[in-house]
Each structure stands twice: as structure tokens, then as C-alpha cells.
Design a protein around this ligand. Structure first.
Ligand code: HEM
Length: 168
């Protein structure tokens, strides 16, 4: 499907005019993008390494996973809004950039994975990993660890593709 028209529309928008005109504000929004990424990836890494029993293994996993949730959603909102603003200023470059499309595909996959598999598998972690007490419907350890590793790989690829846009 040819999606170039979306980038043409964005390039001709008032948002693009604004973003191209105010370089100082663009730098601030770029900072918001990076700070949101640090928060997003930081919170995800904390939960995933906990499930791999590599950090805070003496602390039950439930409060860690539940406590990081709202920061993950907040960071996602910040990164998506700042990302759209940044994209408007360079829309026609992005229209032909395969790293941008790889990043968007990874982002979609990451969000679906986060809201479905990651949250349901983590809530059924066995006591040997989660330290949340015995669970009647606990999953095997390797399933939880596989989900944690997969999540890390997906979000690492999103961040790496994001950085690569700048080099291409
Ligand atoms: C709808 C969501 C997003 C959009 C539209 C978007 C868009 C952009 C754009 C246009 C740039 C500037 C590229 C350049 O010229 O250097 C950028 C940079 C970047 N993005 Fe995103 N992004 C989004 C989400 C994310 C997410 C979820 C992550 C990480 C998990 C991420 C990580 C990065 C990184 C690491 C950079 C490079 C920052 C730099 O070196 O200055 N982005 N993004």
C-alpha cells in the first residue's frame, strides 16, 4: 500500500510549518522524546530483568509490574506525541526511510505484546520467579523468561531503529 500521501499531508500541515519555524521548540520536543524513551525503556527493563530474576529477586514481582504500569503509559503518550511533532518537520525524509517503517512496525508489535502477552504472562509467574506466593494457574519459568527476553528485544529494536533514522 502506498502511504506517501500521509507524509505529503503531514508535510503540508500547519504542525509542520510550526515545527520547521521554531527550532528552539523542536529541540525541547526532541528532549521530551528522549526523556520519554528513557522512562519507557527504563520501566520495561526493570520489569523484564525482575522476571529474569536478575534484579530485586527478593522483592515480589507484582508490585514492581503494577507500579511501573502507569509510568509506561505516560512515557508512551509522551513519546508518541513528541514523535508525531518531530515527524512533521521531516515528513518527506521519513516517507522513504525504511528504518522509520521498521520502527513503527516494532512499536505496534511492542504495544500489542505489552498489553496482551506480557501482562497476562507476568500475572501468572510461578512463585520461583515472582515471589508472590503459590499461584494455582502458574506458568512454567521458561515461558515467563522467554516473554521477558522477547519484550527486551522488541523495544531495543524500536530504539535502535529510531536512532538509525538520524544516520540514514
Ligand atoms: C509514534 C511514535 C514515534 C514517532 C512518530 C517517532 C518519530 C521519531 C522521529 C521523527 C525522530 C527523529 C529522527 C531523526 O531525524 O534523527 C525520532 C528519533 C528517535 N526516536 Fe522516535 N518516534 C516514535 C516513538 C519512539 C519510541 C517508542 C522509541 C523508543 C523506544 C523511539 C526512539 C527514538 C530514538 C532513540 C531516536 C533518536 C534520538 C536522537 O538521536 O536524537 N521513538 N523518533
Amino acid at each position: 500500500m502506498d502511504v506517501v500521501f500521509i507524509f505529503e499531508w503531514l508535510d503540508a500541515s500547519m504542525l509542520a510549518d510550526f515545527a520547521k519555524k521554531w527550532a528552539g521548540l523542536f529541540a525541547v520536543v526532541q528532549t521530551v522524546h528522549i526523556v520519554s524513551m528513557i522512562m519507557l525503556v527504563g520501566m520495561l527493563i526493570l520489569g523484564d530483568l525482575r522476571m529474569l530474576n536478575m534484579v530485586m529477586s527478593g522483592v515480589p514481582s507484582d508490585p514492581i509490574i503494577q507500579g511501573t504500569k502507569k509510568w509506561i503509559y505516560l512515557a508512551l503518550a509522551g513519546i508518541i506525541l513528541s514523535g508525531i511533532y518531530e515527524s512533521s518537520a521531516i515528513a518527506m525524509k521519513l516517507a522513504y526511510n525504511s528504518f522509520f517503517f521498521a520502527k513503527m512496525a516494532g512499536l505496534a508489535m511492542g504495544i500489542v505484546f505489552l498489553l496482551t502477552i506480557r501482562s497476562s504472562v507476568y500475572s501468572r509467574a510461578p512463585d520461583s520467579i515472582g515471589s508472590n506466593g503459590p499461584q494455582p494457574d502458574a506458568l512454567p519459568e521458561w515461558v515467563v523468561k522467554l516473554v521477558a527476553s522477547t519484550n527486551l528485544v522488541i523495544w531495543f529494536s524500536v530504539a535502535a531503529n529510531g536512532r538509525w533514522i538520524g544516520f540514514s
